[in-house]
Design a protein around this ligand. Structure first.
Ligand SMILES: [Zn+2]
Length: 265
């Protein structure tokens, strides 16, 4: 009994001391039991499943190229510019966006229909890009693996299935990020927008649009976020505490031509 209790307390400490990594976005130390190869493998493995669950890709090359080109501008100024990012529009009516580890970012038709300019699109993609660059899924999975590992050793089940990557990967599709991670995605997302040349106020417009929606909160972009009103206050505070270069773009005409016109086809 004593031995089991010791294992419970000692093992997490060991995991914490040997399994830490520096978060590439915040620079803080965090528990990390999986590497970039795991992120890439999970992203590749589950991107098709996400596409299927959310109505498949929108079959319009011009629209997809445009979404991806805006996403690539964000990726290029992110904390992990060497990672290969994929930005894809899905044919689903919900107002949503989500990301898988390894660089797979999705946005739905329902969201695209309600945005009005390129900077708003860039803001949504930037928010999701931070979930990838800050390794939010990998951190959540590592935390769960640490707990599983401690429990399975304490219960004398040496392997215990704690490292079952497929099972962990499947759970990612419905993953909810913590509030702290959502706030990071908003704030660092604003920085990515500005570095890519977009007006950060577009993020405020998107939050206001989301506030006006009555539908049930969708899978990611809204799920465990702070209350939208608080979210807007945080974003406005961050914007007003920074000095931004002039001539940041909004891109209304391009958005109308490459997204809205194609969605109405
Ligand atoms: Zn989010």
């Amino acid at each position: 009994m004593l031995r089991n209790m010791l294992t419970i307390f000692i093992l997490p400490a060991c995991v914490l001391s040997c399994g830490c990594a520096i978060n590439p976005v915040t620079g803080e130390k965090q528990l990390m039991l999986v590497g970039e190869d795991w992120e890439l493998q999970v992203g590749r493995q589950y991107s098709g499943e996400v596409e299927k669950q959310l109505g498949g890709r929108i079959e319009n090359r011009q629209l997809q190229n445009y979404i991806n080109s805006v996403g690539q501008k964000i990726a290029a100024v992110s904390h992990r510019p060497g990672l290969e990012f994929h930005y894809t529009a899905l044919n689903h009516e919900s107002i949503n966006a989500m990301a898988l580890p390894g660089g797979y970012v999705f946005i739905t038709r329902g969201m695209l229909e309600r945005l009005t300019n390129e900077a708003q699109l860039a803001g949504v993609l930037a928010h999701e890009t931070v979930h990838v660059t800050a390794r939010h899924s990998a951190a959540a999975v590592s935390q769960q693996m640490g707990i599983d590992l401690a429990l399975s050793v304490a219960g004398q089940k040496a392997s215990g299935g704690a490292m079952d990557i497929a099972r962990v990967g499947a759970g990612l599709i419905g993953l909810r990020y913590s509030r702290e991670q959502e706030t990071q995605a908003d704030i660092y997302g604003l920085d990515y927008m500005v570095r890519a040349g977009y007006n950060p106020y577009a993020m405020v417009e998107t939050i206001e649009m989301l506030q006006q929606q009555n539908e049930v909160r969708p899978i990611e972009f809204f799920s465990s976020h702070p209350d939208p009103a608080n979210r807007k206050v945080n974003i406005l505070e961050h914007i007003s505490s920074n000095v931004y270069p002039p001539n940041l773009t909004t891109g209304e005409s391009d958005y109308a031509e490459f997204v809205l016109a194609n969605l109405n086809d």
